[in-house]
Ligand binder design. Structure first.
Ligand code: NDP
Length: 333
């Protein structure tokens, strides 16, 4: 069966990555919904989508749509997901799932009672580099993991310099945009959950309305592992990376906190140094492939619970920034 998709949100991420990934994995983009009928019409035309609407009820009543991809701004994810679940549609939702744990839990409950999938688009789980780090950690190549570092500060492209910079009500700022991905990547590679955070943020001129354009902090994970993170929109010449250090070795990933299947991972331990194989495909196609197979049986690459963990940790980081104190991660799960 060809999976029919409805796009909730005429977004950049759908245009740049997800529409292509749906099509490359055998799905069909049936319709797009925008809050503006004119934008919906234009977007459908530009992206060769047969149908468009400005009414979510119209999109959700289309029997050819089996799943929806929600990529509206963050404050809208909750209502859009609950409406989709009530209509019996499977859901791939962008991160952060919502702006509060209560809202994210309500989304998960709606999906669960409707018997539909609610997946979170943490695409980095589908990076061959991240998978190689996870496998090396799990198989003991670095001994007992002690610490990790994530560098995920770059420069926000000009075409994305909108609500992220000046709209707190839409969930703007670097923490909701980037820290959620770091947390999920760390949970994935370490196989442990976060417990507590400390953090400082910065507003260096790009953001307004009290939003941060960069943040640094430390997350304490299970088994005493400490992980440092740096996220930001403001650094034009930085490079991304993810490292895990253990009692018997280190894993050094470079240029791997990205949307593209690029970068390197070096394993250094008592046997010497070697580059791990990180050949892999398009990350978003990985998300869609896993989602399509989860519709038959199994689990998407990042579940609703994974989205709740990353959101809860981002909320703890926000609170740590606001209070200057260490804050426990509370998921409600
Ligand atoms: P966009 O700003 O491109 O789109 C978000 C919403 O903005 C759209 O749904 C659209 O509303 C509205 N919009 C778009 N263009 C215009 C316009 N010209 N005038 C007025 N409104 C407009 O956001 P992104 O694609 O960057 O992000 C969307 C979601 O995806 C967010 O939740 C973000 O966190 C997430 N994201 C995830 C990534 C990942 O790799 N997992 C990467 C990038 C983003 P309408 O639909 O009503 O037209």
């Amino acid at each position: 069966m060809t999976v029919g998709w409805g796009l909730i949100g005429a977004s950049t991420i759908a245009r740049e990555w997800v529409i292509g990934a749906i099509r490359a994995t055998g799905g069909e983009v049936v319709s797009v919904m925008s809050s503006s009928a004119e934008r919906a019409r234009r977007y459908a035309g530009e992206n060769s989508i047969a149908n468009f609407t400005s009414e979510i009820a119209e999109l959700l009543s289309n029997p050819h749509i089996h799943a929806v991809y929600i990529s509206t701004t963050n404050e809208l994810h909750r209502d859009h997901a609950i409406a989709a679940a009530s209509a019996g549609k499977h859901i791939l939702c962008e991160k952060p799932l919502a702006l509060s744990i209560e809202d994210a839990m309500a989304m998960a409950a709606a999906a669960s009672s409707a018997g539909v999938i609610l997946a979170t688009n943490h695409h980095l789980r589908n990076s061959a580099a991240h998978a190689a780090i996870r496998k090396a950690v799990a198989s003991g190549k670095i001994g007992r993991p002690l610490s990790a570092r994530v560098f995920h500060a770059g420069y926000l492209p000009t075409h994305l310099q909108g609500w992220r910079l000046d709209k707190p009500s839409a969930g703007g700022g670097a923490i909701f945009d980037l820290t959620v991905h770091d947390v999920d990547a760390l949970r994935y590679v370490l196989g442990r959950d976060p417990i507590e955070v400390v953090a400082f943020a910065q507003s260096a001129g790009m953001t307004s309305e009290g939003l941060e354009d960069a943040v640094m902090g430390v997350i304490r994970f299970e088994d005493g592992i400490i992980a440092q993170f740096h996220d930001g929109f403001t650094t034009k010449f930085a490079e991304t990376g993810l490292e895990v250090h253990g009692t018997e070795g280190s894993l050094v990933g470079r240029n791997i906190m990205t949307q593209r299947p690029v970068g390197t991972v070096l394993l250094r331990n008592g046997d010497g140094e070697r580059q791990l194989n990180v050949d892999g495909g398009n990350l978003y196609e990985g998300v869609l492939r896993a989602f399509h197979s989860a519709m038959k049986n199994g689990s998407p690459s990042a579940t609703a619970a994974d989205g709740i963990w990353s959101l809860a940790t981002a909320l703890a980081v926000k609170k740590a920034v606001a209070t200057g104190e260490a804050v426990k991660v509370e998921t409600g799960l």
